[in-house]
Design a binder for this molecule. Structure first.
Ligand code: SF4
Ligand code: SF4
Length: 315
């Protein structure tokens, strides 16, 4: 394929990716390849991809993979990493470590990895296109996730343009937290939008996610007008929104948008807890239970009462 000079320039735009996951069946129709971008304006306490939140590169250390060769200790010129005598095999001083990644190059057991990789649009699309045959067979495609893809708006936009030029179905997973201009430019390029609404109570929203819900709700209305297909997803979290009142309020709001007829309720899970440890962070919700089947059924009833369809679990 011969590209014009302008297309060539756009293919060279660089974004920061932390994972490309193949064969996903939960994040849009068919079999999908998910491109996870780094950076998110929210800080959801239950986030299962905590490495997605910070846009910067981040050193991750998995104690279980460490074979105690201590090559990393010898390599770090800043003395940010040292042997540990009790508990974990290594101690990383995150106040000194600048995430330069030199220790990662010496760690052959992959106990140390750097989260984040700069990739051009062309590089990402080349990787995604390897799965074209699966996409055709399953009516799948590319899903851009995060983090929040709208935070890397130009990169996301160009990825979507290139995917479309290659005949690839496009989906996005978004918090809805972005600026008006990027939403208006990006949404028409997407076949399926998966948008989270977490709580209509703004105070509670802020306490559990770090931001209030004003921008998200306004953007949801805007997206509902522009979207080809919009699916609202609700992560169901005990003590936050796993109650009839909270879910009924969300269902009422969704019904008022008039263009959406379905909500997906996603029960909380503990996947990703280990990643907090790898980042040297505490996980605040350790004692939190997964909602029972009975509770999920009761919450589904609340959605049905508003005349909407309701799915429990993934798309
Ligand atoms: S280089 Fe890797 S395996 Fe060796 S001590 Fe460091 S973290 Fe452990
Ligand atoms: S990332 Fe760089 S500064 Fe941090 S521990 Fe490794 S070598 Fe040291």
């Amino acid at each position: 394929m011969i590209l014009s000079r302008e297309q060539n320039k756009q293919c060279n735009i660089t974004g920061r990716v932390f994972n490309i996951q193949k064969f996903s069946v939960n994040d849009g129709p068919g079999i999908r390849t998910i491109v996870f971008l780094k950076g998110c304006p929210l800080r959801c306490k239950w986030c299962s991809n905590p490495e997605s939140q910070n846009k910067e590169f981040q050193l991750m250390y998995n104690n279980q993979n460490c074979i105690e060769c201590y090559k990393c200790v010898q390599t770090c010129g800043k003395c940010a990493i040292e042997k540990n005598n009790s508990g974990k095999k290594l101690k990383i001083n995150r106040n000194i470590c600048d995430d330069c990644g030199k220790c990662v190059e010496k760690c052959y057991s992959e106990a140390l990895v750097m989260s984040g990789k700069n990739m051009t649009v062309e590089e990402v699309i080349k990787e995604v296109k390897k799965d074209s045959a699966q996409f055709r067979r399953s009516k799948g495609g590319l899903t851009i996730s995060g983090g929040e893809p709208l935070m890397q708006e130009e990169f996301t936009k160009q990825l979507l343009i290139e995917a479309k030029r290659n005949g690839i179905n496009t989906a996005i997973e978004t918090t809805g937290y972005g600026n008006e201009k990027s939403i208006e430019e990006i949404i028409p390029l997407i076949d399926v939008i998966l948008l989270d609404i977490k709580n209509l109570n703004s105070e509670k929203h802020k306490k559990f996610t770090g931001v209030d819900n004003k921008i998200i709700l306004e953007n949801t209305k805007r997206i509902a007008e522009l979207a080809k297909e919009l699916i609202i997803r609700v992560p169901v979290i005990q003590g936050f929104n796993a109650d009839k009142k909270s879910i009924r309020e969300i269902a009422k709001f969704v019904r008022s948008l008039e263009t959406i007829d379905e909500i997906h309720l996603l029960p909380y899970h503990k996947m990703g807890v280990n990643k907090y440890e790898c980042l040297g962070r505490d996980y605040e919700l350790l004692d939190l239970e997964t909602p029972s089947e009975k509770l999920m059924d009761d919450l589904r009833e609340e959605v049905l009462k508003e005349g909407l369809m309701c799915n429990i679990g993934a798309v």
